[in-house]
Design a protein around this ligand. Structure first.
Ligand code: GLC
Length: 539
């Protein structure tokens, strides 16, 4: 067995998030769909990624863009049919692309038959499938818990005179994961898709699934300031990340382990030390608890260096790292740090140790689009308007070509594409050697060609100022990555014994092929991957 074959496909591979509503629309109704995804799979094969995670396409009233599921084993007509899904899965597998589904187990839609039955009466057999509570002794909600979308997390049901809990919108009641039948029903839904051949799940809000059994109040957050999202007014000591959630994650993992090589990813927004607990003590929980810390950490070389060290240091021995720059809930990376640094960020993401996940359009350098008030669709914008919390700007349709709606749809797109993003289409960038798309494709190809990048060890290299540097090593190969996270020229003194090097790939093409002996010159916003100069080349 070769060294590389000991690694699983998802350790060597690169994941790509497809926000189903915005990637490609085949039906012409202006909303992306499964047939659309199938029609564009060649882009992904050409780009070189290994797997797509498709956001929810299950039947839904679409209060939260499909994260309010009304049937876990169907396809919403907006996105197609189960036949379309099977055809997409087969077409993806034909191209060696794996397919990861989005499982939303924490809550259902209030239109799900389970909730309708639960709500019907206090004696309903499904009453305890959800979290129903009496009012507090003096009246009002049972405790102080706040919804992630702002406002109380409790909704009054006048007919049965109890409150139900919802961590998100009131149309998304939370399931009671202490109930064995709830667990069984969700594991059956997982098996439904695994039996069809899906390669794994990204589990929505994994750390939310269990709440304190005694429903104690969350303590106030002393760092809360006016203008922050209301959710941040409390420390969520009791409403999320409860110790027994790990038992649920282990059970989910056991469902997947009944199949071959399936992948379990957890969406988890927690500090590094708590995040890594979701690998499980024995490694029997999530394969990849999503690491979102590159999104929240200031774009500063020293802070990112500390983050990488802390994360690497916190990982349990068996755990495989992973990194993410963006997703459908966060402002796009090019908008957060600018176009020039987005190229550096791409190099960071694709050269760090651990599985990278790309968000669709990152490979094009898409930015958050301007959404006029009359085009707002996101429940998050509606729940706390005007605070910049809405997620429509990062969810706009993928621009494929120069045609009217960027080749995304023949109809009217559900969100505008934005002029700037339209100019950054796949067609416009595909053959441009200096484009963001070409940079991504080359970085991905290099990661595939160089085991040091895909599965090698990580060694930080001492650097100062705006420079972030590290080595990736494997089987005698020793690559140096040097990134200038600043907008002025910088230098990196090579540690004794390292070098000379030659630039293998750079965010600024003209730097490629250049060599350096003792000190590396890094122009503003430059990132480079360097290989040792072979002794025959040194003369
Ligand atoms: C996750 C999803 C987000 C959704 C929320 C509630 O965070 O990524 O889009 O609104 O869960 O399901």
């Amino acid at each position: 067995m070769s060294v590389t074959s000991r690694h699983r496909w998802w350790q060597r591979g690169i994941l790509y998030e497809v926000y189903v509503r915005s990637w490609a629309d085949a039906s012409g109704d202006g909303v992306g769909d499964l047939r659309g995804i199938r029609s564009r799979l060649d882009h992904l094969a050409w780009l070189g990624v290994d797997a797509i995670w498709i956001t929810p396409f299950f039947p839904s009233p679409m209060v939260d863009g499909g994260y309010d599921v009304a049937d876990y084993t169907g396809v919403d007509p907006l996105f197609g049919t189960i036949g379309d899904f099977d055809a997409l899965l087969a077409a993806a597998h034909d191209r060696s692309l794996r397919v990861i589904l989005d499982l939303v187990p924490n809550h259902t839609s209030d239109r799900h038959p389970w909730f309708i039955e639960s709500r019907a009466s206090r004696s309903s057999p499904k009453r305890d499938w959800y979290l129903w509570r009496d009012p507090a002794p003096g009246g009002g909600p049972p405790n102080n818990w706040v919804s992630e979308f702002g406002g109380p997390a409790w909704e009054w049901d006048a007919a049965t005179e109890q409150y139900y809990y919802h961590a998100f919108a009131s149309a998304q009641p939370d399931l009671n994961w202490r109930h064995p039948q709830v667990r069984g029903a969700m594991y059956d839904a997982m098996r439904f898709w695994l039996d069809r051949g899906v390669d794994g799940f990204r589990v929505d809000v994994m750390w939310h699934m269990l709440k304190d059994e005694h429903f104690r109040d969350d303590p106030p957050n002393p760092d809360y300031r006016a203008g922050m999202a209301e959710y941040r007014s409390l420390i969520h000591a009791y409403s999320s990340d409860q110790p027994d959630v790990h038992e649920v994650v282990r059970e989910m993992r056991a469902v997947l382990d009944g199949y071959d090589e399936r992948l379990l990813i957890g969406e988890i927004y927690l500090p590094v030390d708590e995040l890594v607990d979701y690998y499980g003590r024995e490694g029997h929980e999530a394969h990849l608890p999503f690491n979102f810390h590159l999104i929240g950490t200031p774009w500063d070389a020293r802070q990112i260096a500390v983050l990488i060290d802390r994360y690497e240091g916190a990982l349990p021995e068996h755990a495989w790292p992973n990194w993410v720059l963006g997703n459908h809930d966060q402002p796009r990376v090019a908008s957060r740090i600018g176009d020039a640094q987005a190229r550096v960020a791409a190099m960071l993401l694709l050269t760090l140790r651990g599985t990278p996940t790309l968000y669709y359009g990152e490979e094009l350098g898409l930015r958050d689009a301007e959404i006029s008030p009359d085009r707002v669709t996101d429940v998050r914008e509606e729940s706390e308007p005007g605070r910049g919390l809405g997620r429509d700007p990062e969810r706009t349709p993928m621009p494929w070509d120069a045609s009217e709606h960027g080749g995304f749809t023949h109809g009217l797109p559900w969100l505008p594409l934005g002029e700037l993003n339209r100019s950054r289409s796949v067609e416009a960038q595909r053959d441009d050697p200096g484009s963001m798309l070409t940079l991504h494709r080359r970085l991905i190809a290099l990661r595939r060609a160089e085991p040091a990048l895909a599965i090698g060890d990580y060694w930080p290299v001492h650097a100062g100022g705006d420079v972030l540097a590290y080595r990736r090593t494997h089987g005698g190969r020793d690559l140096l990555v040097a990134l200038n996270l600043g907008s002025s020229h910088a230098r990196l003194a090579l540690p004794p014994g390292l070098g000379p090097f030659r630039v293998l790939l750079a965010t600024i093409g003209s730097l490629e092929g250049g060599t350096c002996q003792r000190e590396l010159e890094l122009p503003a916003n430059a990132g480079m991957i360097l290989e040792p100069l072979a002794s025959s080349d040194r003369r």
